[in-house]
Design a protein around this ligand. Structure first.
Ligand SMILES: Cc1cc2nc3c(=O)[nH]c(=O)nc-3n(C[C@H](O)[C@H](O)[C@H](O)COP(=O)(O)OP(=O)(O)OC[C@H]3O[C@@H](n4cnc5c(N)ncnc54)[C@H](O)[C@@H]3O)c2cc1C
Length: 384
């Protein structure tokens, strides 16, 4: 969409047809909804019968942090549109901008020139003969198992072991109007409202519980809500409307996102545990960075290689602190003594609690929040 809006010829290939669903929950943080607004797409999300969310609540089973993160510009609201809603809005916007969309088209391999540069792809629409398409650049926006990344053997530049797993489903008759998380030792339950009056309820667990979890998903998922009595009470009389989906494949890694004739964006280039719900907002940010870099290179404002190196640098700088924070939070270990002190101190100040929640919303910088000066301010305010 972004490249087509800049006037480039874009061929958009997806092996699915839209509306499509992927295995993913879909809470889009304020940083992400601000991009949807900037692109002129937020009203469509709003009109899809998806309620806005302005509050977050972390209930540690004793201490509780609840509030509203600072806005992203003038955007106060997060939204959690179903992927079949969100992805269709994005794809339609790409087509409206002039991109050619071929659905049910599987990319099977990359095509290389004599100099080793990627020059296109080979693939086929369902039931049709194989074709070759050529392009100045092939962008792998093809998810964690990216064929583009695998084929070019994109180097993994940073990684962390898998720390958690999770399952989710959709319920009617539960009142959840915030992004609500209840972490406990090794487990967490969470929820948020989505389209059509449904609530997405998630059970996360430390990866050591994965084998036991998947051996009886329904029982483990259902029983886990007992760890959060305040949520479990609201589930009395509620009905699960859909099947339970989930995974233990929460890989944490950065890949080098460019090379001769190719680039990666979204999960293909950078994937992390979904427990902090950053993936969609991150993919939006990186799409903007990559589109800018390609435009800079193609219009000869900078050499393409240099613009793409800058894309990698900016992506890594923007995503690095949240990557580390996510790996730490997702392990679901009991809060360290330092963290317990911080949570205790935050609970004395609504303004500081909101700032903490802004880390997840993408509206407060992690290094600035954890800086010595800011920690000093938070603990001083709590001591008054
Ligand atoms: C359980 C779970 C919960 C999550 N919860 C959240 C959340 O609440 N909030 C959040 O922000 N993020 C969440 N995430 C992360 C989020 O799903 C991803 O970050 C996001 O989907 C990345 O988008 P993407 O477009 O890069 O990849 P994907 O959404 O995976 O899309 C890849 C696309 O490429 C297509 N494709 C792949 N291979 C080919 C091929 N060979 N030929 C043609 N097409 C192909 C696929 O059909 C698909 O449409 C969650 C992830 C999981 C697993």
């Amino acid at each position: 969409m972004l490249l087509a809006r800049k006037g480039y010829r874009v061929l958009l290939l997806d092996r699915d047809a839209f509306p499509s669903d992927v295995m993913s929950t879909h809470f889009v943080q304020q940083a992400g909804t601000a991009r949807l607004q900037h692109w002129g797409l937020l009203d469509q999300v709003r009109e899809s019968n998806c309620p806005p969310v302005t509050r977050m609540c972390f209930d540690f089973g004793g201490l509780r942090l609840e509030g509203s993160p600072p806005p992203a510009g003038d955007v106060k609201e997060a939204f959690a549109p179903r992927r079949r809603v969100l992805d269709e809005i994005l794809v339609d916007a790409a087509v409206a901008a002039g991109a050619e969309l071929r659905e049910r088209f599987a990319v099977r391999e990359l095509v290389f020139g004599d100099d080793g540069r990627v020059t296109g792809i080979r693939g086929a629409s369902r039931g049709a003969p194989e074709v070759v398409e050529s392009a100045r650049i092939v962008i792998g926006a093809d998810g964690l198992h990216s064929l583009v990344a695998r084929t070019v053997q994109a180097q993994v530049t940073k990684e962390h072991p898998v720390v958690s797993c999770g399952y989710y489903s959709y319920w009617s008759g539960v009142k959840v109007d915030a992004f609500e998380v209840h972490p406990r030792d090794g487990w967490a339950v969470a929820g948020f409202p989505t389209n059509d009056g449904l609530t997405c309820l998630i059970v996360g667990a430390a990866i050591k519980h994965f084998d036991a979890f998947r051996s009886d998903v329904e029982k483990t998922y259902t029983q886990a809500f007992a760890i959060a009595p305040s949520l479990a009470e609201r589930m009395l009389g509620a009905k699960r409307e859909e099947r339970i989906l989930g995974s233990g494949e929460f890989v944490n890694q950065f890949r080098k996102p460019y090379g001769p004739g190719w680039a990666l964006v979204g999960d293909a280039g950078y994937h992390k545990d979904p427990s902090t719900a950053q993936g969609i907002s991150d993919a939006f940010r990186d799409a903007e960075l990559l589109a800018e870099a390609l435009d800079e290179g193609f219009s000869s404002r900078s050499p393409l290689e240099e613009a793409l190196a800058n894309y990698e640098k900016e992506r890594d700088m923007a995503a690095g602190p949240m990557f580390d924070f996510t790996c730490q939070m997702a392990a679901l270990e009991p809060p360290s003594p330092d963290m317990q002190q911080l949570i205790g101190a935050l609970s004395h100040s609504q303004a500081h609690t909101n700032e903490f929640l802004g880390l997840l919303a993408g509206t407060v910088s992690i290094p600035e929040f954890f800086s010595e000066a800011n920690m000093g301010r938070i603990f001083a305010a709590a001591a008054v």
